[in-house]
Ligand binder design. Structure first.
Ligand code: 13P
Length: 254
């Protein structure tokens, strides 16, 4: 049976009241495999969402974390704070955070470590810019991001990390990577992780694709061998579209 994780990254959208309403509507969609679904929400919505999602089987995730447990880091949120709420996942190294908020390969590595230590599953984002792809350097680029992110992390821990391949040129642009382009990179990532660690890690890893995934293209993308789900931005904001993608994954999982 193929494994999937369909995660909706809401980015900086929705108020808490809207988030709770969304869950009410999502419940009415009768997801076949809620355990394969996660909502990745802004910090202020995590607590109300945790309550709203109780008993649904749907997981909850944060969009960022600081790598220190506490201290003088105004505006930041620690892993202990996330743990207290009971989040299952935390996104690390999203390209928007790398681009606008100074996230680096070094901070990504520290964040992965603190999350793994505390038992929250990281969703690690990697992906190249259009310029890098045009120079045909996308594999070397992603390879560098992965090597830096996993430095000093054991095989056992690395196998728990969800890796999301999000080509920057496909995020929010409507220009989805073709299923072939997405599969090529996800397969490359699996191979690269097998090389970095051990052949045994390949079958354990969940590798998502992200970038303009929507109901109309989800089946072709999710049918690919090395794509275990999606990290979905825009389309996850609409309950029907998000549920439709989850239905497609559930059908493919069988
Ligand atoms: P879009 O689905 O809006 O392209 O966003 C993808 C993404 O960045 C998810 O993390």
């Amino acid at each position: 049976m193929k494994r999937f994780l369909i995660a909706g990254n809401w980015k900086m959208n929705k108020t808490s009241a809207q988030a709770v309403h969304y869950v009410k509507e999502l419940k009415a969609q009768n997801l076949e495999r809620p355990e394969d679904v996660a909502i990745i929400a802004p910090f202020t919505q995590l607590e109300p969402l945790k309550k709203a999602l109780e008993g649904t089987g749907i997981a909850l995730g944060a969009q960022n974390v600081h790598y220190e447990h506490s201290g003088a880091f105004t505006g930041e949120i620690s892993v202990d704070m996330l743990k207290e709420i009971g989040v299952d996942y935390c996104v690390v190294g999203h390209s928007e955070r790398r681009q606008y908020f100074g996230e680096t390969d070094a901070t990504v590595n520290k964040k992965l470590k603190v999350l793994l230590e505390e038992g929250i599953t990281p969703i690690l984002c990697v992906g190249e810019s259009l310029e890098t792809r045009e120079k045909k350097q996308e594999q070397a680029f992603v390879c560098g991001q992965l090597a830096a992110a996993f430095e000093g992390i054991s095989l056992e821990d690395a196998a728990k990390v969800v890796i999301a391949y999000e080509p920057i040129w496909a995020i929010g642009t409507g220009h989805t990577a073709t299923p072939e382009q997405a599969e090529e990179m996800c397969s490359f990532i699996r191979g690269m992780m097998e090389g970095l660690y051990d052949i045994s890690i390949g079958e354990k890893l969940l590798i998502q694709y992200g970038g303009s995934m929507k109901p109309g293209n989800a089946k072709d993308l999710l049918s690919k061998k090395d794509i275990n789900g999606g990290l979905i931005g825009g389309a996850s904001l609409k309950v029907k579209d998000f549920a439709e993608i989850a239905h497609i994954a559930a059908e493919l999982a069988e």
